[in-house]
Ligand binder design. Sequence first.
Ligand code: B12
Ligand code: SF4
Length: 319
Amino acid sequence: MRVLLVNNGGSGSSEFSMTEARFPIGLGYLSAMLKQNGHSTELVDRFCDHDAWVEDVSQFDFVGVYTSTPCYKDALRILELLEGYEGPIAFGGPHASTFPLTIPPRVDYVVQGEAEYLINDLVEGKFPKGTIIRTQRIADLDALPRADYDLFLDRPRSYLWTTPFSSDRQPIFLFNSSRSCPYQCTFCTVRDIWGRLYSAHGAERVVDDIAYLKQTYEIAGVYFREDIFTADQKRVREISELLIERDLDIVCLARRGSTPAPITNSSSSWQGVAARGSTSERRAVASVCLISTTRRSRSSRSSKPAITPGRTGSRWRCP
Ligand code: B12
Ligand code: SF4
């Protein structure tokens, strides 16, 4: 079946800044599961390119929409765009997880939580329409296939390929290695969305995936953009050691406050904290920059990817 995956975020849909246009990795995981079952997938990312839409939606057998609360206005706009579409429509993502009852009945399936083990059954019509489905948390993330990065790179999109904390090397890919958080800060909604279980890919798997990205897309680094990359310090150390062994050239962003002691050897190192802004801003910003360098000099790097300007000022675009 042909599945259209849509990320909400059309112009004016959110009062928050919408400039950090990185790809929706959750849809990448769902796409990988769908492709494993022989389905094809296509992405419309309206957070990245606000007015993006498809020419003929009737060619798709199923439409799945990622919804967030700040951009929910656009999810409703997407329903308007889907007027006349006769196939099933599903809403998932953080808004569906936290506010399922706000979603209109036109949506056939509302999914709360992780959907890797559900998405194929949903697309293949194994659930009655008109249902809200809450999935169980996935404990073993390593059992999941790697996210489908081709979903984001099948055409030029205005993604941001840099981080403000790293050098200007590109592309830096968003990377997800864990879900939820073991802490309980009173102001934070992470558990409302994810529940109690903190799950994480093992170090080997993380580094295998990074190596794959380096080989396949010539990435310059990854941005661990997740609730708290440093929750399990043993895992962070293992990842660091493996990155050193594999001689990868990686820039990583993580959460402030629980960084492991620097790891160094003659060839590579986690080079510590680098945050922008004033000292008070730095305290407030929950990010740190961990840099692992490699033996190779910059000039020995192989052919560079195509460089063209994007909306966000980012230079790297998929070839
Ligand atoms: C990385 C990240 C980003 C990245 C990538 C966003 C993305 N769409 O993935 C960027 C920088 C672009 C971003 C932007 C924003 N983000 Co953000 N982001 C995150 C972060 C830290 C991790 C997301 C992630 O990778 N999760 C892991 C993947 C595997 O999970 P997932 O994406 O939720 O997908 C799974 C399920 O939700 C479900 N699912 C998802 N989509 C669908 C669709 C269907 C049809 C089905 C069936 C299932 C399904 O299955 C997926 C696989 O298990 C989360 C925190 C978090 N814990 O989730 C915040 C978070 C999602 N962001 C948040 C916010 C507020 C924003 C912005 C509004 C910020 C802004 N000022 O612009 C925008 C909105 C973007 C949008 N399209 O709506 C909030 C959303 C709260 C809410 N109630 O909606 C979160 C939860 C942070 C928080 N704790 O408050 N973000
Ligand atoms: S450490 Fe971060 S993700 Fe965890 S509960 Fe606190 S604010 Fe939320």
